[in-house]
Design a protein around this ligand. Structure first.
Ligand code: SF4
Ligand code: SF4
Length: 360
């Protein structure tokens, strides 16, 4: 270990952690209305040596999947033409990370796509929040659709495993079929939907008027799941997000999926925060902090506080959704995702790896 870890921190992750989300920079040229990082965007990036060492440590603890994220990760080390980012990709590959992804807004950084180091990425994921400029640009900013489309086209031409992530906001929720059509026209491999809600979390206060209602989503979700076989080879991934409370009480084991409890992932931020649940972004909550060469454990005041740990199935969402129970934002039955499939999560939850009809 390159860092000195508090034993309680280590116990949560050792041989349990499967994936690392490395927030290499808090810089971003955009200010999207729904941005969950709005309160942390800053002219700050992760110290390079720290990033290299934390990658090595979490790989030694068992992590296999790595996602470079931000801010906008292609801005990491931009003063040096992006060489520090390429070095991190090479380092991760040499450490044996088996699946390396990078999330980008597609506004800049295209010069990196031609680099053999960048081409080691297993997945280049673009954020696009509408099937046309009018729908996308109203949340992401003027001309962002056109610029992102140019980057996607380049990525597909260069044979990257290219995917789209679409935040499902109010203006796009009725246009998901058009999103699918666009994704197919572009030749991307996956379309990943992230529905936006007010959830009784800190982000509610800074994500604008972008949220949709749970029942709107459940209707859209059923349609997306039904469309899956007909849009192949495009893969659709989407979180279920809610279940009828009565159904949850009958069969909690099918829905109690929480990466925080599992110690399944770690989110590493440039300001020294280590956390697990993305819904804690924008709050002081985390599981620990790194500083110098030491990683401390946050303890009962943090993400793993005793009162939080008692809540099921999700310890972060506190809004009363009436007769619906909110599920993990990452609960996506039968999805094709590296950790989900290699850990046979469908098998654990449903006793089958085959698609099943999910009860309402
Ligand atoms: S591109 Fe991403 S990080 Fe940047 S403002 Fe938009 S949502 Fe936030
Ligand atoms: S969203 Fe809820 S269920 Fe998912 S990791 Fe966070 S606390 Fe756990």
């Amino acid at each position: 270990m390159r860092f000195d870890y508090d034993d309680r921190f280590l116990a949560w992750f050792q041989d349990r952690v499967r994936q690392v989300f490395l927030y290499v920079t808090d810089r971003c040229g955009l200010r999207c209305e729904q941005c969950l990082y709005k309160t942390t965007l800053a002219n700050r990036e992760m110290d390079h040596g720290t990033a290299m060492d934390l990658l090595a440590d979490f790989r030694a603890m068992g992590a296999e999947k790595l996602t470079f994220i931000g801010g906008e990760p292609t801005l990491y080390g931009a003063r040096h033409g992006g060489a520090p980012l390429l070095e991190l990709v090479d380092h991760a590959a040499a450490l044996g990370y088996r699946y390396i992804r990078l999330d980008t807004n597609g506004q800049q950084g295209r010069h990196l796509y031609h680099s053999s180091s960048f081409q080691r990425l297993d997945n280049l994921a673009f954020s696009l929040d509408g099937p046309d400029g009018a729908t996308n640009d109203q949340v992401r900013g003027r001309k962002t659709f056109d610029r992102c489309l140019r980057s996607i086209t380049t990525a597909v031409e260069l044979a990257y495993y290219t995917t789209l992530t679409c935040c499902v906001h109010r203006a796009v929720v009725d246009k998901l079929d058009d999103m699918i059509e666009l994704a197919r026209d572009l030749g991307v491999r996956e379309l990943n939907f992230h529905p936006l809600f007010k959830m009784g979390i800190a982000r509610d206060g800074f994500s604008g008027e972008t949220d949709i209602e749970p029942r709107q989503w459940l209707t859209a979700y059923e349609r997306l799941m039904a469309a899956r076989p007909f849009v192949a080879p495009l893969l659709i991934r989407a979180p279920r997000r809610f279940v009828a409370t009565e159904r949850y009480r009958e069969s909690p084991g099918e829905y109690d999926y929480c990466p925080t409890l599992m110690g399944e992932r770690v989110l590493i931020h440039p300001d020294g925060t280590l956390r697990i649940c993305a819904l804690c972004i924008g709050t002081p909550l985390g599981i620990g902090r790194y500083s110098g060469r030491v990683v401390t454990y946050t303890g009962d005041d943090g993400e793993l506080g005793t009162s939080r740990l008692r809540r099921r199935p999700c310890m972060s969402q506190s809004r009363d959704f009436g007769d619906l129970t909110p599920l993990c934002i990452s609960y996506k039955p039968h999805q094709n995702e590296y950790v989900w499939t290699t850990d046979q999560v469908d098998q654990r939850l449903f006793g089958t790896s085959q698609p099943v009809e999910l009860s309402r």
